[in-house]
Design a protein around this ligand. Structure first.
Ligand code: PGA
Length: 255
């Protein structure tokens, strides 16, 4: 059985006090509920990571960063390395989010280098892929996603791919309130699984966790998560509200 994961991408939200309160509330919820068959990952801004990692008590909650540098260390003002992230107690890092691709011009080659650095530093990677609206309208969405995956994992061996989670996040659904239908999500997730099978074989394709992201909220999470190839969600806006995020966690069929 594949792991079930709900990850919260806080983006550039929550000051330090607010962040600690939210993390504690989610941790309390998980302690009370004992939903042990699923994992929750909180991805706050870097500066909260260390303290949040220290306060979490539930066994199935962990932390991740929202990005990392492709460099190991050195004179790169403002950058944060994968090794630094690991040293906070975090276990994950999001790489390739569409906001980084668009606003920071992150190329597939750069993302490939970031993934390699993250894996070398023993972080698991939540790799984001997904098409823009015009690409879907032209019927190009499968090609786009395949190319993103192919380039990002160039040179990554099977042993390392075991530490990869893929989040399908159609750009037109991120922060827009428009969600992919559960059929659209399932169709793409099943396609992504077929790509992994082609590159890494059947076993890894069946084991890889595929998350859906893009306006996932309490009103649609149960339906999305009920699809065969949707193993959870990467949640943006709704992860900032304790009640909504906990409802999403709780909406997993079978939990
Ligand atoms: P959203 O963001 O849930 O606010 O649409 C998802 C994401 O960007 O990961």
């Amino acid at each position: 059985m594949r792991r079930k994961i709900v990850a919260g991408n806080w983006k550039m939200n929550m000051n330090h006090t607010e962040g600690l309160l939210l993390a504690k509330a989610v941790d309390d919820f998980l302690l009370k509920k004992e939903l042990h068959s699923m994992e929750v990952i909180l991805c706050p801004p870097y500066i909260h990571l260390s303290q949040i990692a220290g306060l979490l008590r539930a066994s199935n909650i962990s932390t991740g960063a929202q990005d990392c540098s492709d460099k190991e260390s050195g004179a790169y003002t403002g950058e944060i390395s994968a090794g630094m992230i690991k040293s906070t107690g975090a276990e994950y890092v999001i790489i390739g989010h569409s906001e980084r691709r668009s606003y920071h011009n992150e190329s597939d080659e750069l993302l490939n280098a970031k993934i390699k650095t993250a894996l070398k530093n023993k972080l698991s990677v939540i790799f984001c892929c997904g098409e823009h609206l015009d690409e879907r309208e032209k019927g190009n969405h499968f090609n786009i996603v395949k190319s993103q995956i192919e380039k990002a994992f160039n040179g990554i061996e099977s042993e390392d791919f075991a530490n990869i989670i893929i989040a399908y996040e159609p750009v037109w659904a991120i922060g827009t309130g428009v969600t992919a239908s559960s059929d659209q999500a399932q169709e793409m997730h099943s396609y992504i699984r077929s790509i992994i099978k082609e590159f890494y074989g059947k076993k890894l394709s069946e084991e890889t966790v595929l998350l859906y992201g893009g306006s996932c909220k309490p009103s649609n999470s149960a339906e999305l998560f009920s699809m065969d190839d949707v193993d959870g969600g990467l949640i943006g806006g709704a992860s900032l509200k304790e009640e909504d995020f906990c409802k999403i966690i709780d909406s997993f069929p079978g939990k």
